[in-house]
Design a binder for this molecule. Structure first.
Ligand SMILES: Nc1ncnc2c1ncn2[C@@H]1O[C@H](COP(=O)(O)OP(=O)(O)OP(=O)(O)O)[C@@H](O)[C@H]1O
Length: 275
């Protein structure tokens, strides 16, 4: 059996950001930002609106680039490398984001299996020059089962509920058997029960070796498997480390700029604003 390309990268960090500054429009949104996330380190990135979460996500997915550093060294490495073909990176790092969901559900005739298969070609839908093999179809079906979405085959993406479409996007990200999944607000728009079911399916992926990078506003979504938490505020890294040490009243109050009380129930955390 051929080695998965990611085997070659086993010992490197998943993300290594070293003194990165990022402009959006005419604003410096991240200023001299540093963060390392180890390979296999399930991580939650938490912050209020405007804290810089999406900017960080786009930096990782290569939709945004850091300003060049004065000393010529790379400010950003993913799986140990600072240069990637985006399609190659997608094979190692699956992405589920609101913008991807919007693109897929906005396409009136895009069918579920096609949405999954098209990721083999880093495309949104299949084109005439895309040659789908039997092995690809088999893998797409496996990924749909893994994401709990096989019952949706034959449906159009535009006809799915938010939670159903989210599952298909997970399957789409999984076709490459990525080492890590970057999930940007994956529970947005899900009702209470769908959210719990969805989080359970993410736990299953985490237990089977997919590293989760979960970007969220909600402390309740931090799964028991996630031990590493990153708190952002105003484009700065406020704190990061083991979740028991980071998820404190003081740190969360700083993150959200309000007096927050944190509660732990079993393996989950929740928070409410005091007063
Ligand atoms: N194109 C842009 N031009 C100027 N400023 C921008 C641009 N995009 C984002 N920003 C600013 O960058 C900061 C960080 O935005 P970002 O979208 O990364 O935050 P976020 O944590 O993802 O927020 P939310 O939770 O609301 O999605 C915000 O102050 C935002 O106004």
């Amino acid at each position: 059996m051929n080695a998965h390309p990611s085997d070659l990268l086993h010992d490197t960090s998943l993300i290594d950001i070293d003194d990165a500054s990022v402009m959006r429009g005419d604003r410096l949104v991240l200023e001299r930002f540093s963060l390392r996330i180890g390979a296999g380190e399930h991580t939650a990135i938490l912050g209020a609106n405007g804290a810089g979460k999406s900017t960080l996500v786009r930096l990782v997915t290569r939709e945004l680039y850091p300003l060049a550093r004065g000393d010529g060294r790379a400010a950003m490495r993913v799986f140990g490398r600072d240069r990637w073909q985006v399609s190659e990176l997608r094979g190692l790092l699956g992405i589920v984001s609101p913008s991807l969901q919007q693109d897929c559900t906005g396409d009136a005739t895009l069918e579920v299996t096609e949405a999954v298969l098209s990721n083999f070609f880093a495309a949104q839908r299949l084109g005439l020059d895309h040659r789908v093999t039997a092995a690809m179809r088999e893998r797409a079906n496996e990924a749909l089962v893994q994401a709990g979405a096989s019952h949706l085959v034959g449906r159009h993406m535009a006809s799915l509920s938010t939670g159903e479409a989210r599952r298909v996007l997970i399957a789409r990200a999984l076709v490459h058997r990525p080492r890590a999944l970057l999930l940007d607000e994956p529970c947005a728009g899900l009702d209470l029960a769908s959210r719990r079911q969805f989080l359970e399916s993410l736990r299953e992926l985490a237990r089977h070796g997919t590293t989760l990078l979960l970007v969220t506003h909600h402390i309740e979504e931090i799964l028991p498997e996630i031990r590493h938490v990153v708190l952002l505020r105003d484009g700065r890294l406020l704190r990061h480390g083991d979740k028991d040490e980071v998820l404190t009243d003081a740190a969360l109050s700083d993150t959200f700029g309000m007096p927050v009380k944190v509660r732990r129930t079993g393996d989950y955390y929740s928070a409410h604003i005091e007063g």
